[in-house]
Design a protein around this ligand. Structure first.
Ligand SMILES: [Fe+2]
Ligand SMILES: [Fe+2]
Length: 250
């Protein structure tokens, strides 16, 4: 697919603003969201220019102020778009997408009548919080904000503004995201990605409680036995005599 002439300039701006971001909102998040959003737009008929620019620039305000990053990002985006040759008649549509982007359960606080462009971009942003990438980003965000991996004590009060633990966040957000997709491609991909998240949680709890093993994993086999040169021998490594084996033989 041929790139728009303004695309490269916006990519460089994203890299400049988010290069050192370590909470999962780095430039590659923006690039992945852009790639998916453009695919969704092609399937739903949303304006590809608006969707691409909104997806690329949506988190550009993260570098300075996370809490107000949507508003700050919208202001920065308006300035960048007016200088890079982006179609002037479409700038407002991009800025509106960025200004309103956020996530609350049940799409609370989303625009009452979201445009097709907002829907494509929002679905792509939410999809990047699911699947293997979403899992990696959840722990990266937790680490960047002092949030523990998991706290199994029931009723543990939250020590951070972002929840009790990253595993709690799976329930507070990730597992709810499939219900908040707007588009059919978004719903399909979300169903697949959330399946992987559920599988991850099952394995996580098994490993946490050391219940993931097969008894055969601990069976001792001859190939595990230590081989080393016997003292005073110049014949190289030899098997230890059977009576000095560190484990009972099976
Ligand atoms: Fe954001
Ligand atoms: Fe995002």
């Amino acid at each position: 697919m041929a790139k728009n002439h303004w695309t490269r300039e916006l990519e460089l701006e994203v890299q400049r603003h988010l290069r050192d971001e370590s909470s999962g909102h780095d430039p590659y998040h923006a690039f992945r969201v852009r790639d998916l959003a453009v695919l969704i737009a092609a399937a739903t008929g949303a304006d590809a220019d608006v969707v691409e620019a909104a997806a690329l620039l949506h988190d550009i305000g993260h570098g300075t102020d996370r809490n107000d990053h949507a508003k700050r990002g919208a202001t920065l985006a308006a300035d960048m778009l007016s200088k890079c040759g982006f179609p002037k008649t479409k700038i407002n549509a991009v800025v509106t997408c960025i200004e309103h982007h956020h996530w609350k359960p049940g799409r609370a606080g989303d625009p009452e009548q979201p445009t097709a462009e907002y829907q494509a971009f929002a679905d792509a942003d939410r999809l990047d919080a699911l699947g293997a990438i979403g899992i990696a980003r959840t722990f990266a965000f937790g680490g960047a904000h002092g949030r523990p991996i998991w706290n199994p004590e029931p009723g543990t009060p939250s020590q951070t503004p972002y929840g009790t633990s990253s595993i709690h966040h799976f329930y507070d957000k990730l597992l709810q995201l499939p219900n908040d997709m707007y588009t059919e491609p978004g719903r399909r991909l979300a169903a697949r990605r959330v399946g992987f998240v559920e599988q991850f949680l099952r394995v996580f709890y098994l490993e946490w409680e050391a219940r993931d093993f097969d008894p055969a994993d601990f069976a001792v086999q001859d190939s595990f036995l230590i081989e080393r040169p016997l003292e005073g021998s110049d014949k190289g490594p030899q098997s230890l005599p059977s009576d000095s084996r560190p484990y009972p033989s099976t």
